[in-house]
Design a protein around this ligand. Structure first.
Ligand code: FES
Length: 116
């Protein structure tokens, strides 16, 4: 995993509605991955677009996610995840979590990487 802010931006923070999420296709550790990138104010979180319940994508249409009141809802069977942590609070995989991908926000852009 890249750990610096020198990577190309995944997207601009302003491209994500506050409290919403977008899909970003990018390379993570050499693999082309679909990520859900969630924005909460000036912060962003990223998760693999894979539900821990049955391995399905979380979106109901390509790049369209059900995100309401700080929760991400899997379109397949309704598992509800806390958007800030990825923890499943309700549904068939309660107690499991989305797989997070570390991201940072610098200069208004979301990038892969962890805080130094
Ligand atoms: S695959 Fe997400 S709730 Fe079943």
């Amino acid at each position: 995993m890249t750990t610096t802010a020198d990577t190309a931006p995944l997207c601009l923070l302003a491209d994500i509605p506050d409290g919403g999420a977008v899909e970003i296709q990018t390379l993570v550790d050499g693999e082309n991955e679909s990520l859900l990138v969630y924005r909460h104010g000036d912060e962003a979180r990223a998760y693999y677009n894979v539900c821990p319940h049955a391995g399905r994508r979380l979106d109901y249409a390509p790049g369209k996610f059900l995100v309401r009141s700080g929760s991400i809802i899997c379109a397949a069977h309704g598992a509800t995840f806390q958007a800030d942590s990825g923890l499943c609070l309700q549904g068939p995989c309660r107690g499991e979590s989305l797989r997070a991908v570390p991201v940072i926000v610098t200069d208004g852009a979301v990038r892969l990487g962890a805080r130094a």
